[in-house]
Structures are given as structure tokens and as C-alpha cells.
Write a protein that binds this ligand. Sequence first.
Ligand code: LUZ
Ligand code: MOS
Length: 750
Amino acid sequence: MKHFDARLHVTGESRFTADIPEPEGMLHASVFFSPSAHGRIVSLNTSEAERMPGVRRVLTADDIPGSNQTGSILHDEVLLASDTVHYMGQPVAVVLAESLSMARKARDTITGRIEELPSVSDPREAFRKGMLLAPPSTFSCGDTEKALKHCDHVITGTAETGGQEHLYLETQSAFSVPGEGGYVTITSSTQGPSFVQKIAARVLGIPIHMVQVDVPRVGGAFGGKEDQATPWAVITALGAFLTGKPVKLVLSRHEDMICTGKRHPYSSDFRLGLDRTGKMVLWEADYYQNSGASSDLSTAVMERTLFHSTGSYFIPNVRATGYCCRTNLAPNTAFRGFGGPQAMFVMEAAIHKASRETGIPVETIQEKNLLSPGDSFHYGMTYEAHEVRSSWKECSEELEKVRKVVSLFNEENSRMKKGFSMMPVCFGISFTTTFLNQASALVHVYTDGSVGISTGAVEMGQGVNSRIRQTAALTLGIPVELTRVESTNTSRNANTSATAASSGADMNGNAARIACEGIKRRILNQASEKLGCPASKLDISGGRLLREGIDTGTSWEDMVTDCYVNRVSLSDHAHYATPGIHFDRKTCKGRPFAYHAAGTALTEVTVDTLLGTCTVDRVRVVHCGGNLLNPLLDRGQVEGALVQGIGWVTMEELAWDPDSKRLLTDRLATYKVPDIMFTPEMDITFSPGETLPDDVGLKGSKAIGEPPFMYGIGAWFAIGNALAAAGVHVDYIAPLTPENILMTLRGIGR
Ligand code: LUZ
Ligand code: MOS
């Protein structure tokens, strides 16, 4: 079963937001970004831009008819800066002109007089200055102080992880078309159409029903369009609302890299207590998150960090505290894993340090403490599956062989050193904000038997539409070719959550399933009346009506026609709410996840100790994905996430000028991402693992979007293992780029 869009993509037929033919009179927007990381706007000079050829209008905060407020969780973010700028790249003014080049030329004439204020880019410095976005939050269980007395080893340390540019292939894009009486239709490359709709209505000062958002498809997002597609879409809506003309905004790659937030960098302190045998007794962690200039989704990202503080391990006494530190960088945001990878890196760092200090092998500490069925998490939920241990067991079948090969190689080679690591992953599936775990679907069966499906899910290349089509076809008992998934549209499905948290297919697929079940029930009732046979004896399979498994000679098309002429509805709208989840934010206890996705990776690397370069040779992955609905899509998600995760810890390095806070790695010339030559040999096995209830997961399959990202963390520790063979110990700082490997080898501090 292939990705249904593959043919469209390779032939170039797929239409992304920027490809849609432009309506007559379309204006192009270009944004003037703050040239300062923190300052008071004394004056803004747009008069030259207004006189430039082709310019229709220049928008500033003063032109906003409703509220200049785009914040989602906390209301602390403006659409256009008015008195103060808080990061370099913050939108201040917008030029609307007849062509993109005219708009950009005019934008380049805008100047601002800005009185500079002190700026901060380091989260610990922001913390010391009391610059927190929200009060710190702590998750705990047991009693870590008391437990300290029962520890034979106490390991303390710090760990740091860097940010990450999303680098979606399609940059932030939107256009808006004005309609009758102030109505606006927005086409946006967003993961969250209902969120764009809500914020556009807020900024324009009109009811939500005066705004429609349509998402045809998105060219990659990785979390970068969960919240941060919104301002660009709203800017076009504002332009269309005020000028009465369609308005389009497509960021250039350079603009996109400068002005959008990234994965949150973290700096963390840990304390791990072990007994003599290596059993974990206590865990304490303090996470200093570099949130950027406004909250965006930072508090939710931190919450997931606290959930995943203990990684794949059972620890009876835990205290984890998160600080969302406000800095003068672009607001950091959702990125595949959503705070989970940051937490898991700290946990693995602690285990490696514990191994170094106690002499107990890393893998022994890991294996001894893996989650078993019945273990409870510090947030009150019980781990119900065998998957953490079973995937470890299957993956570690090669461990001793690899260990031997590596140590033999290292004995014989001095310049080249090999290393390996085991990386278990256990990731909670569901939005940690419980109310977001709902979805809806609208399904129409047309009179020729073809089926049109609309859900709240956004197709961003991950293949959610393929899964939804398969689900509908399986439920109705018809060939998948009869189904089609329409664009994601707020008029067809309202109040939807962003396609995020790996739950897009689970939730929207189940909504589509429920809608299809309703339609099928009516079709079978109609057939039962006609045949004079109870509906319970009838079923549809392969597009044929079966009676106790035997073809009745009635086709799907006949059944549909029969319903239509007898005035039986062939449409259904359904709502799905993930069952059995709850979380109390006061006690920090509950059952926030529908289930956990788990697996284990074994990574092998070779480091050139003369040059500092490194190759990731091979990654063996055992992933528990349930009964795969679409094995090819699942493999694609695991491969993509794994390589993205390896990129995060080995080569993707963001750098800011320490004085101006300007992003230095603002182009692909200076920001390196993995390419096909870098990609390791990937040996991926899917293991079914636990069976989910029928109304959880999707047709027995498990969410796959984010969990495999964290296998990539193993590459960092495999490099650390190779460096240990070269006689050096590396500080727990990611990414380990060739420069950083070389400096470590030469004993030059970072
Ligand atoms: N987005 C969100 C997410 O709003 N809440 C979450 O828990 C989440 N988890 C992963 C990715 N995006
Ligand atoms: Mo997300 S990090 O938009 O699932």
C-alpha cells in the first residue's frame, strides 16, 4: 500500500499553498522584521515605502481592527510589534504591493529608530533575572530526600541540548480572499486550521463564523506549523480585510529561518541515585528551557518534558521541575517529540555518567531499570505493556556481537574508533492537554458509490490521508480507490485540534471510522428490508453485499442507489474523543496518555579522531507499532524521524551572535542537516507488541510520528562511547558536531 500522494508529488502535480493559481488583483505581502533583539520603538518610518511603485498599503499595529494578540495558551504575543520589540525577526510592519519584488523592495526602505534594551539569550541567565514565562512546575512521586539515604551511588551533573530548525520543505505560506460583508477565506499551510481561524477572528474583531480556513496540503511541518503558521495567515487575512483584495504571503527560506521559533534548547541539572546493583532509587532533574520571547507552546512542551523525565525507566522516587525561561530569541515552539527528546537526553546522560563513576556497564543499568508491566510512572499512570522490555530483548540480541566487533576494532586501530549505544524509547500518545484529544469527520457517499471524506487532519506528507482512506475503505467494505480525502476545512469540521502529538491518524481516522459505521448501518438496514433478512446476517466486503458470507449479487453501487431512491441518508458527521484519559494539573497525577509507543535502537558509529568527523554506520531498530495499517508509511516515518533525531544530536547547530543575538546559522550555507550520503544503514523491524482496544489507536495500529525521533539520541552516546575508547570523556552537550568532537579530543573547552 503506497502513499497515495506519491505519484502527485513525483510528477509535480501536487498543489501547495503557493502553487494555487492567483486570483485577479492579488497583492503580495512582505514583512518588515525587527532589526533589534530587544528595544523600544521610538519611531517607525514607512513613508518612503508607501510612495514606492506598486505599493497599495503599509500595515502596522495601529491598523488592527480587533485585538493585536495571537497567543494560544498565554496571551503574551502580538501580531505586529507596537511599542517594544522582543526578538530580532519579530514582525513590525507589512507592505502590500502588486508584485512580490515590489513589496520586498518597499519593505527594504522601512527604517525604525529603536532604543536598545538589554537582551538575554541564555536560559539560566534569564532564570537568574527572574524572567520566567509561567511559575515553575514540578512533577514528583515518593520522597527523594528520604530515598537519598538508601543510595549507594549518587551521581550529579548537567546536560545541554541545542535547538533545531524545522526545515520543512515548504516555507510558511498563506493567502486570503475577501468575501461578502467582511467574510474572509484563508488558505494556509498550517497544522492547526481551527487555531488560524480563531486568531484571525480575534485580530479582525469579527465572529469565528466570518472566517473560513482551508488547508489543501502542507509541505512538511514537524511541529513548526502547529502554532507558528498562524501569524502569517492572519497577516494575509488582515490585508484582505482592509484592502478588499486577495493577499498572499510566502516567506523566503532566509526569512523563515530568521523569524520563526525552533526546538527549545535546554540546560538541565540532574541527580541520580542507585543502589549497589545499579537499580535506580531516585531521580531529580531541573530543566531550564530556552523558551524564546513569548510563550507560544512552551509551557506544554515543558509539561511533556516532565512526563518523560524518567525516559523508559522505572524510578520510585522522582522530583522533576521545569522552568520556562524567557529570552530574546524567536519564540521556540513544537518540534517532533515536543520536549520528550530533551528529557530523554538528560536521563541517558545520567546513566552514562553513573556507569563512568560506578563501573557498572551502561547497558546493565539501562536493562535493570527498564519499565515492566505494572510499573507506575511518577505522574500516576501505570505502564501496561511489555514493549519496552521485549523490544530491548530483541534489539540486544546483536549487542554482544557488536560489543566484541567494536572492541576488537578499537584494539587494532588508533586513529579510527568505533562506538555503540542502546537507546530505549517510551513515548506517551495523546495531547497532554486532555481537551485537545478530540477530532471530527464528515463523510459523504455520492450516488455513484464514490466516497468523499473530510476530517480535521492535515496532510503534511506524513500520509494521514492514506491511513484515513484505508480506514474508511475497511469500515465500509469497499475498494480504497472509491475513497477520496478532501482538503481540511473549518466549515466542514469545526473546533479541531492541530494535527500533532502523533495523534492525527488515531483521532481523525477514528472519527472517519465512526461516520462510516453510521452510514454502513443504514445501508445494511435498507438492504435487510429489501432482502427480508436481518441486518446482522449481512455485511459488505470488496464492494459486494454478503449474506452470511455469501455474495448476494448486489454491488455497493446498487446498495447506494437503493438508499438514495428510498431517501436514506448517505452522509454522516462524527466526533471522536480519546477514551479513558484525564489529568489533574493541581496534583500532577492522572492517566494523560491513551497508551505508550515503545521500541529500542542499537547504534554503531565510527569516529576519525584526527579529523573529528564521524559516520553513523548502522542503526538497528525494533519498534512496536501494533498491527501496522500501512507498513510502508510506518517505515517512512521511522526512517525520517531517526535521521532527523541523529541530525539534532550530531550536526544541526544553531548559533547566535552573543551581543546582538542575531541568528548566525540563518541559511543552508551555515546550517547543516543530514543528507542521503550521511544516512546510516537502517535495519528496522516492526514488532506488534500489545493489542490496543478497538477504539484506541487506529484499526490496531499505533501512532508513529514522533516516537522514532528519539532513537536518534543513541548516535550521541555511541559517539561518546567511541571517544571513551580514544581515552577522552565528553561533556553532556548536544550536538556533537565534528568541531565539538575535535575540540573534545584536543582538550579544548567549549
Ligand atoms: N502539541 C500539543 C503536541 O499541543 N500538546 C502535546 O502534548 C503535544 N505532544 C506532542 C506534539 N505536539
Ligand atoms: Mo507536533 S511537535 O506539532 O506533534
